[in-house]
Design a protein around this ligand. Structure first.
Ligand SMILES: [Zn+2]
Length: 376
């Protein structure tokens, strides 16, 4: 309540929670002693001092985050409001394996910490997104198709041994969905975040929470089959959405027509240069993605669909195709109030979402209780 500014005095907290004044007072004192809350002195703004106004201290600690991609990663240090204090991009092939990759990540974090003067003792947690299915409870990847050596590697425990703070691991698209939801679409209960990059994946926010599914495989829309397509997918099936409309597939089609394209960023570059063939191919890809999403809309009835990932930089063309088909194919009731928009956080969605995942874990009532008991 204090963090969201919903109740910032002891009296307001008493009224809002229905707890007794002495209980509220005791809890607030504990939070003050713990450094998570401070008494804000707003005498400057009002001319007269009003004691007892409480504020959440978002600088009371830091969070280390990593949004790891197949070839391209983003690392950051955030405060407890999930505001990025320093960030760095890292060109790294995830296929070098977990130990080498995580050592590189730690080196970058250490450099970022020097840059931000955040004391190492002040780091309260770590959040990591991986580009594959993740067992969130165990904190490790499960059968990731593009990450040789990572299957079952204990990412959480490896980092915990090094930093001695809570470590949370999730699928990269899940943390992006969480970041966008909390920062931009908090009032929306049900949201889909579609990452269109080399491949295609989808993060699901249901009832305000990430929906991971029984095995952490929910939202893998890249391998839903598109009718009347025979393209071979890296998963071994034919006609998968990402084999038809993913960035790699589009780059291959452009290359076959004689244009210089090796990956999704080349496709975006050609679109932004006004290349008519690239524009047509991306618009078509949008329609194909729209076909799969139209079915998702009927099934899940989201309030918002966000398009992110490398290809979202060509979102004008991509969104046009997606919108066209969704509004044509989905049930009118399901699309009556549906918003379809580009990701606001863009490249930063992953690290922001990873920080939010950690902060929500650290500040959950049960975690605060444990921390207060441990220090009592
Ligand atoms: Zn597939």
């Amino acid at each position: 309540l204090i963090r969201d500014g919903e109740a910032v005095t002891r009296a307001a907290l008493t009224a809002r929670t229905g707890l007794s004044r002495s209980t509220v007072s005791q809890r607030v004192d504990a939070l003050l002693a713990h450094g998570l809350v401070y008494e804000a002195d707003d005498s400057v703004s009002t001319g007269g001092r009003r004691p007892g106004r409480l504020a959440f201290d978002h600088r009371a600690g830091g969070v280390l985050t990593a949004d790891l991609g197949a070839t391209h990663s983003r690392l950051a240090v955030s405060d407890l409001a999930a505001t990025t204090l320093a960030a760095v991009e890292l060109e790294m092939d995830i296929a070098i394996g977990p130990e080498r990759a995580l050592r590189l990540v730690c080196d970058q974090w250490d450099a970022l910490l020097d840059e931000t003067d955040e004391p190492r003792g002040g780091i309260r947690g770590i959040g990591v997104g991986l580009p594959g299915p993740v067992d969130h409870t165990a904190g490790q990847a499960v059968n990731p198709p593009i990450m040789p050596g990572w299957d079952g590697f204990p990412v959480r425990d490896w980092l915990n041994t090094r930093y001695r703070v809570p470590v949370l691991v999730d699928n990269d698209v899940n943390i992006m969905a969480l970041g966008e939801h909390r920062k931009t679409w908090r009032q929306t209960q049900h949201l889909l975040y579609v990452k269109v990059g080399t491949g295609i994946g989808c993060g699901i926010v249901s009832g305000g929470q990430i929906h991971r599914g029984a095995e952490g495989a929910a939202g893998d829309i890249g391998h839903i089959v598109v009718p009347d397509h025979q393209e071979l997918c890296r998963c071994g099936n034919v006609g998968c959405l990402e084999a038809v409309a993913g960035g790699r597939a589009l780059a291959m089609r452009l290359a076959a027509e004689g244009y210089p394209a090796a990956d999704s960023r080349d496709v975006v570059r050609l679109v932004n240069e006004g290349n008519a063939v690239a524009i047509r191919i991306v618009r078509e890809a949008g329609r194909t993605i729209g076909e799969v999403l139209a079915a998702c809309v009927n099934f899940f009835n989201p309030g918002v669909i966000l398009i992110g990932g490398d290809m979202a930089a060509a979102h004008g063309q991509l969104l046009a195709g997606v919108r066209e088909v969704i509004f044509q194919r989905s049930l009118p009731l399901a699309t009556r109030n549906l918003s379809i928009a580009p990701s606001q956080l863009a490249d930063g969605a992953g690290v922001v979402g990873a920080a939010i995942m950690v902060v929500e874990h650290l500040l959950a009532p049960a975690a605060i209780d444990r921390a207060l008991r441990a220090s009592a």
